[in-house]
Design a protein around this ligand. Structure first.
Ligand code: AHR
Length: 498
């Protein structure tokens, strides 16, 4: 079997916005407490942040982190998390049925983000609260001083405003599970008025308005159109969320899920452009795919959990090798539409459906899905090229003509490098992969990284953290303008050239 790709330096999809490699930390499970923050941990710094976790996050070089939720934000009183820690209340956290101690709040998280070298995408509560709490929060965060909330921030010990640029107008407001769930009309109106008021406090901010919680929501499509009718001139991005699971043990079907993600992205772009046309607007709405991942392993355990614990293990999916392939392909779906997908968040970052796991008082380690995300973060910055692909296909019950090879190429003109990401979806055979390059004379292969495993269910655990890791032994070679490589069956490949 053979797949071929033609690339031309001048045929570009778009420059990648670095924020496409964003992630997410929610007050949920052990993401914050015993995830990024554990004051008694041997590696804790002076603020109680785990430095072992910080190291792994720095290795990824995460550009932006969404905070504080997620479903959590729709019941959050941000005031609970500022001021003297000893005065902060324990609250019933209704989204995940736990106790939130509020030991970490806005200021502590902003401090963590600065240390981690990442920007913050802040969400406001449009579930149980609304315009008033949102305008107070942005005054607290972004106003320099001389007003009640900006002076309160100073009183709390944080002199300088944070100037947080990107704000999410609520979270998954289309979902019946959401605290304060709304119809598209109700939410559209509220999001519009909240955006207007927040912009009066700080005109330099940008907004993400809630799209659908996933592609199969019954209101999908209608929701986006209605919400954008209300908010078009006041927002910059619309959100998309998607999690995939492998519940049927049908691997070819699972590996084809990213086709659904491609379709989801194309559909949302079409809806944005429909509203643009209707409004005769010059403005383009971009996409913020601010929750994406595999999520299903922990569902059963979470259902059986006793409520009202403090930072219990929740959504602790332990990922397999096959999940890493799906995550790699989901990331490629984002890159393929880098012209419109400007931000995205792998959900989440630590312990909760996460590439990084920790043991309380113990080690931090990389899950299988860490690696494709890491490769994107490290080698996938620059410009996506428009390929011409010819490749064998297969059919599943969901999709026809799924290509056996999924691939994206990123050119980094600053570094004079080219990176080809590719997954071979074939369960049985390796595949000959040929790439014809135009405009990259004198390039040679730096390395061909491969992630493969005889056991598709192989995982990395606390006891065996390096069970599944990539290696550099791929056989890609270049002769003249043609790269030839074998892509092993079921493999994630990164072919780097310079
Ligand atoms: O990321 C976990 C949860 O998934 C988020 O809180 C919510 O927005 C989504 O349903």
């Amino acid at each position: 079997k053979k797949a071929s790709v033609k690339l031309n330096k001048d045929f570009k999809v778009a420059d990648i916005d670095d924020r496409i490699y964003g992630s997410f930390i929610e007050h949920l499970g052990r993401a914050v407490y015993t995830g990024i923050y554990e004051p008694d941990h041997p590696t804790a710094d002076e603020d109680g942040f785990r430095e072992d976790v910080m190291e792994l996050i720095k290795e990824l070089d995460v550009p932006i982190v969404r905070y504080p939720g997620g479903n959590f934000v729709s019941g959050y009183n941000w005031e609970d998390g500022v001021g003297p820690v000893e005065d902060r209340p324990n609250r019933l956290e209704l989204a995940w049925r736990t106790i939130e101690t509020n030991e970490i709040g806005t200021n502590e998280f902003m401090k963590w983000a600065e240390k981690a070298g990442t920007d913050v995408m802040m969400a406001v509560n449009l579930g149980t609260r609304g315009i008033d709490a949102a305008r107070n929060l942005i005054e607290y965060c972004n106003h320099p001083g001389g007003s009640y909330y900006s002076d309160l921030r100073k009183e709390h010990g944080y002199e300088k405003p944070y100037n947080i640029k990107t704000w999410c107008l609520g979270n998954e407001m289309d979902g019946p599970w959401q605290l304060g769930h709304k119809t598209a009309e109700e939410y559209g109106r509220l999001a519009c008025e909240t955006a207007k008021v927040m912009k009066q406090v700080d005109p330099d901010i940008e907004f993400v308005v809630c799209g659908s919680s996933h592609r199969n929501m019954p209101t999908f499509g209608e929701w986006e159109a209605t919400v954008l009718e209300h908010t078009y001139e006041h927002v910059d991005y619309i959100s998309l969320h998607q999690y995939f699971g492998h519940r049927t043990e049908n691997l070819p079907k699972y590996l084809a899920k990213s086709v659904q993600m491609d379709d989801f992205i194309d559909s949302v772009i079409a809806i944005c452009d429909y509203v643009k046309a209707k409004k005769k607007s010059d403005k383009e709405i971009y996409l913020s795919f601010d929750e994406w991942n595999v999520w299903f392993h922990s569902n059963q355990a979470d259902q059986e959990m006793e409520p009202w614990a403090i930072a219990p293990p929740q959504l602790e999916d332990i990922y397999t090798f096959e999940d890493a392939l799906v995550v790699g392909m989901m990331m490629m779906s984002l890159l393929k539409r880098a012209d419109r997908v400007k931000m995205a968040c792998l959900a989440q970052l630590v312990n909760v459906i996460a590439p990084i796991m920790t043991k309380e008082g113990g080690d931090a380690w990389k899950q299988t899905i860490f690696y494709p995300y890491y490769h994107g973060c490290k080698y996938g910055r620059g410009t996506v090229l428009e390929p011409v692909i010819s490749c064998p296909t297969y059919d599943t019950e969901d999709f026809k003509e799924v290509p056996l090879v999924d691939t994206v190429t990123v050119m980094n003109e600053q570094k004079d490098e080219l990176t080809i990401f590719a997954v071979n979806r074939d369960l049985e055979d390796s595949l000959v992969f040929e790439v014809e390059l135009n405009g990259f004379e004198d390039y040679s292969v730096l390395e061909h990284i491969v992630m493969e495993s005889e056991d598709v269910k192989a995982r990395n655990t606390a006891d065996n953290p390096d069970n599944v890791t990539p290696h550099t032994g791929g056989n890609a070679t270049i002769t003249g303008v043609k790269i030839v490589a074998d892509l092993p069956k079921l493999s994630w490949n990164v072919i780097r050239l310079k």
